[in-house]
Design a protein around this ligand. Structure first.
Ligand SMILES: NC(=O)c1ccc[n+]([C@@H]2O[C@H](COP(=O)([O-])OP(=O)(O)OC[C@H]3O[C@@H](n4cnc5c(N)ncnc54)[C@H](OP(=O)(O)O)[C@@H]3O)[C@@H](O)[C@H]2O)c1
Length: 353
């Protein structure tokens, strides 16, 4: 298989990490980077051995050597650059959250559909083999009927108004940045438990705090009720270190993912703990290549097959739409600052639910 030629939009923290992932992938070649600054593009290209450094995102999209783009800007810029990348006929891996609300996400998928390009939201944790293992265990009834899901993602970042996490203009707040991991995990597990790729919550109660200075959601929790009365308790936070585990409790036992969100960035082993009622606790080990290399390879395989979207457990379009809608509802119920999805109906398309 010929290597997939990637271009990266943006030169921030995750751009560097994903560049390493492409370099360590089986299928990818990093041929170009685009930045709003000529100097940043040049420095990033030098540091990562990239042939082309473009002084604008437009120039990167006009580069005929680029087949797929990885969009690594802050959240509010995802929408514009996904639309422009689709129009330029580039395949797209867009960082999470897909957009800042549902309508943006739906427009992105419409653009990918109309331009016949691949599009995926980059929840890389879904590509890791421990997720496939977790799904297998649930499907096999290893822990009986799933009843309660617990998931947290939070880290202690010092308050800094310049940091995009605390900056409203840059889509700040925990729910959009890391809460979406917890919503997507709960939706995945609840779906698998009822024989589907994902499920939508039927009820939502929310709690948390909007920072007085930052005016963004700094910590937040939600209780969700899914079909079959499956309850999920999720939380996220920007100024507190959380447990950062996922635990699935069923009628016959429990599964705990000790490192659910960013496992094995450099490749290696991660563990799931399996408890079965009345039996000794087991530690199940999963070995994997570097996390972001797995993600780059998954995208390349789909593109090689002519797919427009990924299959579960990676993020399909309908899964991303359901997830951003839930993040929208969580933020709205918290009175977090907008923007939110507008009331206007989104035209139904063949890929939507
Ligand atoms: N999946 C993951 O593991 C993961 C981890 C971290 C972050 N993320 C996601 O990736 C995205 C970027 O996060 P990050 O932590 O890498 O952010 P970051 O370090 O702040 O970098 C963002 C980059 O976007 C570009 N950019 C474009 N418009 C901008 C604007 N108005 N203000 C600031 N920068 C702008 C900049 O590159 P140029 O100046 O070169 O144009 C900047 O370096 C976010 O959506 C985040 O949710 C994902």
């Amino acid at each position: 298989m010929a290597k997939l030629r990637w271009g990266i939009i943006g030169t921030g923290r995750i751009a560097k990490i994903f560049a390493d992932g492409i370099l360590r992938s089986q299928t990818g070649e990093l041929v170009a980077v685009g930045s709003r600054s000529k100097a940043k593009a040049r420095d990033f290209a030098r540091a990562n051995n990239i042939a082309q450094a473009h002084a604008s995102y437009e120039a990167l999209l006009a580069d005929p050597t680029v087949e797929a783009v990885y969009i690594a800007t802050p959240h509010p810029q995802h929408h514009e650059w996904v639309l422009r990348a689709a129009e330029a006929k580039k395949h797209i891996l867009c960082e999470k959250p897909v957009g800042v609300h549902y309508d943006e996400a739906a427009a992105m998928m419409q653009a990918a559909w109309e331009n016949s390009v691949f599009f995926m939201e980059a929840y890389m944790y879904r590509c890791h083999p421990q997720i496939a293992r977790m799904i297998e265990l649930i499907r096999a009834g290893t822990i009986g009927e799933v009843r309660v899901i617990k998931a947290s993602f939070g880290f202690a970042v010092p308050y800094d108004p310049e940091n995009r996490l605390f900056n409203r203009e840059l889509g700040g707040g925990g729910i959009l940045d890391i809460g979406g991991y917890c919503t997507s995990m709960a939706r995945l597990i609840a779906g698998v438990a009822v024989g589907k790729p994902f499920a939508e919550a039927e009820r939502l109660s929310v709690f948390g705090q909007i920072g007085a200075e930052s005016e963004v959601d700094e910590y937040a929790a939600a209780m969700l009720v899914f079909p079959n009365d499956i309850v999920a308790m999720i939380s996220c936070g920007l100024r507190l270190q959380q447990e950062n585990h996922v635990r699935i409790e069923g009628s016959g036992g429990a599964i705990t993912l000790l490192d659910p969100w960013v496992p094995n960035v450099n490749g290696g082993e991660t563990s799931l703990i399996l408890e079965r009622n009345g039996e000794a606790v087991e530690t199940l080990t999963v070995t994997s290549p570097p996390l972001y290399a797995i993600e780059a390879d998954l995208v390349a395989h789909h593109i090689a097959k002519g797919d427009r979207q990924a299959a579960s457990p990676a993020m399909s379009w309908a899964d991303s739409l359901g997830n951003i809608r839930l993040q929208d509802e969580w933020r709205r119920a918290m009175d977090a600052p907008g923007p939110f999805t507008q009331a206007r109906p989104v035209a139904p398309t063949p890929y939507q639910e």
